[in-house]
Design a binder for this molecule. Sequence first.
Ligand code: PLP
Length: 381
Amino acid sequence: MAEKRYLFTPGPTPVPPQVLAAMAEPVVHHRSPDFRPVYERCLTRLREVCRTQSDVLLFTASGTGAFESAVVNLVTPGDPHLVVSAGSFGERWAAMTSLYGADVDHLRYAWGEKPDADDVRSRLAAREAKAVWIVHSETSTGVVADIQAIAAVAKEAGALVVVDAVSSLGAVPCEMDAWGLDVVVSGSQKALMTPPGLGLAAVSDAAFARRGSLPRFYFDWERTRDAQRKLDAPFTPAVSLVAGLDVALGLLLAEGLEQAFERHVRLGRAARAGAKAMGLDLFSPDEDSSAVVTAIHAPEGIDAGDIISAVRKRFGMTLAGGQGDLKGKIFRIGHIGWFDVFDVTTALAAIELVLDELGAPVERGVAVTAALNAYEHTPVA
Ligand code: PLP
């Protein structure tokens, strides 16, 4: 049989066939009537998904590029900023803001901890900050932060709030306007069900008004905002990806954001129930907020990398490993975007089989049964 591949990572994620089909259409010119309606609809849909009236600026870049746009537009060297980190991506933003000359107060948690609004309040009371930079879903650990509470604290202190929503947008609630978020950054390749290559930054008027003095060109917000408002992209956009993203956003909105959020809660429950039924310990919190990716400790004496490579070699399935110090210790099952419960049970069934081979026997089917029960029988509050 022809090889079948499965992608169970928290980005890139599987892409629905309708999206792939849209991307296979002939390439159109970005300043022609063939593209403008697609561009307009895609930008409108992005505002709906971010739940904002503000402009959502679309860049041909991965999520890190969109995040860098926030840094180069907001930082003036020497400005005080507060970066909150509890994993790989938060640390990336601390490094990036420092590199561009921000005077960074780094509220650094151990990987896997959940940032706390009271800690942010104390740090802001001790030292003012122009902006608080925070990761919503820390993909490296599976922890989803309460950015609503943290944004409220930042607002009290007069700071802007910049949110990395790369793996959360479209999977868990992220209410830009209602929660007072100033910048929401994301990428196409996660819950937005599109291949990698597009980054977005939704920018509030307050953030736009407080732009800093760093030089910038490609990522200059004003250049992209003014051009987008005329549906005339400043640079050649990845037209085929925009066509794909437009279809993917249409699918997400047709499902309904609330329904999508509920589905992700259930997928998280299913993955956790399956892992626990196999006797494995969870690394990500055992709670409904863990709806993006489930991080699981490898059993004592087994390297997580061996589980990942066995699943890959035997079944063509890609799981994610641990990053940094967690490499070899945890493995992660992504469940954002175009995922249903059978994706989760497929991943769990493969893990059951390879654990057995690696010397950690598991009764066959326990994980799958527990996952299906958790998905179906536990009502979402
Ligand atoms: N932030 C988070 C939370 C992520 O999960 C990722 C991607 O894995 C990034 C940032 C970086 O995005 P990209 O790889 O698209 O540059």
